[in-house]
Design a protein around this ligand. Structure first.
Ligand code: ADP
Length: 664
């Protein structure tokens, strides 16, 4: 049983194990996929941001680029370039000062054709450019060549880095009369980048970081400067006193284009990075990597600014990617475990379902088996019953035939008995009649007529007796004509007692009759009822010892639905073995010739024909008792009208006040 569910159980466990073994594969695949996807996103995002920052930078430069171009054609500047009038210079100073304040430029100044500053917006400050010669600056030389100059450098006077834009001034449109210069700090831009929290840095044509939101990276080189250029670059003071240390790159390399590179930078201590360049140069070791406190890995992408010969780098902290990759891996792992759990639960449920189905199937099969067994049982029982019924019917047939045989035998026996009785009863008077007749003939021949007459008289008496015998036989054989009707039992009993008394078989003092008042009529035929009562009273009288001691009690009482008549005597009683055959025809204990044994049999038949019963028993103190039950007449019992008149006419002794009835 449950083989399928066991195999499903094994399968579900195997599936769970496989799914759990596949967990690292899922985590690795998802992590890698997530990392690759994120890298592509970060690269694209970096490119977009770099483009934005580049536009910002170009915009910040362009913001002030127009100023030297416009001022180069301003009459005040042209006059100053032509005549170098000090009064004019003073006016221009004020003008430039106002212009710088309005435009947000750091400094605006005019240099004559020798490179000496004639007028400047900072004319009124300690670090005034006026009188200073910056002809060595590349931006001046570019202007002298007739170009718009662009240059980033530390200020010689201010020692503050800035972006210089220059434009040639030509009073006659051809001859170089000087250069108009604007210096901007790009401070606003730096502040914006710092706010954005981006690690953005810009390197110039020498690979030196000139713009960075992180001050510790500023004026460091991406790669070592070529040895031959290094003295010249330091001498140009383009980067002030900065030692031009290397960026603390410990792993990876800087991107050459817009591809994504992974690089690791060690952290530069704050105290060192906060120092002024000169001081920092003194304190710092030649290789800054030796002072590293920690490392940060970045995803870097770059973009070039061809006009300036610069490169811009965007560094994104790789830990962000690592964290999101870790999260993705964890989520994938969790999802995998949940999936495995769900699969396991589904398989478990399937197993439970299969188990239930199997149990149901098994129950069904078991039920069918039980039904088959029960049916087989029932069929065998049916077969056995059928056999028993056959057996019984065969037995019944045998019994019936035995009974029939017995009845036939009984009939023959009864017939024999009856024949013997009749023969005895008839033979005796016949023999006597023959003797009387022969003697009568002799007496007549002798002339003794008196004796002959007496003999003839005896013959006549004997034929009477024979007639009574045959009449009894006729009564027994004849089926009585039923004329049942409502009958007053007390009245019929009284008549029967009177008849007995008339025959002289017993005296009136020997019979006691008592009865209940308001007796209802019963269904009976009156003469037959008298015949029954007479027969029983005669038997009682026969059984009693002698006339003086004989005592026959007759009680008529009311039952629920029957009327009860009991006739008791104090005679010799009935032998117990004779009780069952008392009502059989031809049963008698009387001496041969005194009784035929038909009386009680006839009584039984008559009472049954009234729908009543008759039974006999011995009394405890000796004597016999016969009890007859008779049905009440239903119609008369309901109305009771006819009955009252009959009863009123005949009752004078009632059972409530029992007393002897002196029958006359
Ligand atoms: P018979 O009177 O011709 O014998 P019955 O059928 O009237 O036939 O009676 C059958 C027998 O029942 C009697 O022979 C007698 O033995 C017995 N019997 C009837 N009545 C009584 C009685 N009151 N006491 C004792 N025996 C009785």
């Amino acid at each position: 049983m449950l083989r399928t569910s066991v195999s499903v159980k094994r399968t579900s466990r195997a599936v769970l194990c496989i799914l759990l073994l596949l967990l690292p594969v899922t985590v690795w695949t998802v992590t890698e996929f997530w990392r690759e996807t994120r890298l592509v996103d970060i690269a694209q995002d970096g490119r977009n941001k770099l483009e934005l920052y580049r536009s910002n930078l170009q915009g910040a430069i362009k913001e002030h680029e127009y100023l030297p171009i416009t001022l180069a054609s301003d009459n005040r500047i042209l006059n100053l370039a032509t005549f170098a009038d000090p009064a004019n210079a003073a006016q221009v100073n004020v003008y430039l000062e106002k212009l710088a304040a309005d435009s947000g430029a750091s400094d605006i100044y005019f240099m004559n054709r020798d490179g000496t500053t004639i007028a400047a917006s900072n004319w009124n400050s300690d670090a005034s450019f006026i009188g200073r010669n910056f002809s060595f600056r590349p931006y001046f030389q570019q202007a002298r060549r007739g170009e718009t100059g662009h240059y980033f450098a530390f200020g010689i006077t201010s020692n503050v880095p800035g972006y210089y834009i220059s434009h040639p001034v030509r009073s006659d449109g051809v001859t170089f009369d000087g250069a108009m210069v604007v210096k901007t700090h790009l401070d606003t831009l730096l502040q914006r980048w710092t706010k954005g929290g981006e690690s953005v840095l810009v390197t110039d044509e020498n690979g030196v970081v000139i713009i960075s939101a992180r001050p510790e990276w500023r004026f460091r080189t991406l790669e070592d400067l070529p040895a031959k250029n290094r003295p010249r670059i330091i001498a140009s003071r383009k980067y002030g006193d900065s030692p031009l240390d290397l960026m603390p790159l410990t792993d990876g390399q800087w991107p050459k284009g817009d591809e994504l590179s992974v690089l690791t930078l060690s952290t530069i201590p704050k105290d060192l990075s906060d120092m002024p360049p000169a001081e920092r140069a003194e304190k710092a070791e030649p290789s800054s990597t030796k002072t590293n406190l920690g490392k940060t890995t970045y995803l870097a992408t770059s973009s070039s600014l061809p006009k300036q010969g610069w490169r811009m780098f965007l560094l994104t902290d790789k830990s962000v990617l690592d964290r999101s990759t870790l999260s993705a891996g964890l989520m994938a792992g969790a999802a995998h475990v949940i999936f495995a759990g769900l699969v396991f639960i589904i398989l478990q449920r399937r197993r439970t379902m299969l188990e239930q189905l199997e149990i149901r199937d098994w129950s069904q099969r078991e039920l069918e088996r039980q039904v088959r067994l029960r049916t087989a049982d029932l069929m065998s029982t049916n077969l056995r019953l059928a056999q028993e019924i056959n057996e019984r019917s065969r037995t019944e047939d045998a019994l019936r035939s035995a009974q029939t045989e017995l009845v036939q035998t009984s009939k023959l026996a009864a017939l024999g008995q009856m024949s013997a009785g009749i023969a005895h009863e008839i033979n005796q008077p016949l023999t006597a009649i023959r003797s009387y007749a022969e003697n009568a003939l002799k007496f007549i021949s002798r002339g003794n007529s008196d004796t002959a007459n007496r003999n003839l008289q005896r013959i006549s008496e004997l034929t009477d007796r024979m007639g009574r015998i045959t009449s009894n036989l006729k009564t027994f054989a004849r089926r009585p004509e039923q004329d049942n009707q409502p009958v007053d039992v007390h009245e019929q009993m009284q008549k029967a007692i009177d008849l007995i008394l008339e025959t002289g078989r017993t005296g009136a003092s020997n019979i006691v009759l008592s009865y209940a008042p308001d007796l209802k009529p019963v269904i009976a035929e009156p003469n037959q009822l008298i015949q029954v009562f007479t027969n029983i009273l005669n038997n009682a009288a026969d059984a009693c010892p002698s006339d003086e001691d004989a005592k026959i009690e007759v009680h008529i009482t009311k039952g629920d639905d029957r009327l009860l008549v009991s006739i008791k005597d104090n005679g010799h009683g009935i032998l117990p073995e004779n009780l069952p055959k008392l009502f059989d025809p031809f049963f008698t204990t009387k001496p041969f010739g005194d009784g035929l044994g038909l009386g009680l049999s006839i009584c039984y038949g008559i009472i049954r024909s009234f729908g009543g019963t008759i039974r006999a028993k011995n009394r405890p103190n000796g004597g016999a008792s016969f009890i007859i039950e008779l049905r009440y007449d239903a119609v008369t019992a309901d109305s009771g009208d006819n009955w009252h008149s009959t009863q009123n006419a005949s009752t004078d002794k009632q059972i409530e006040t029992p007393h002897q009835s002196e029958s006359s």
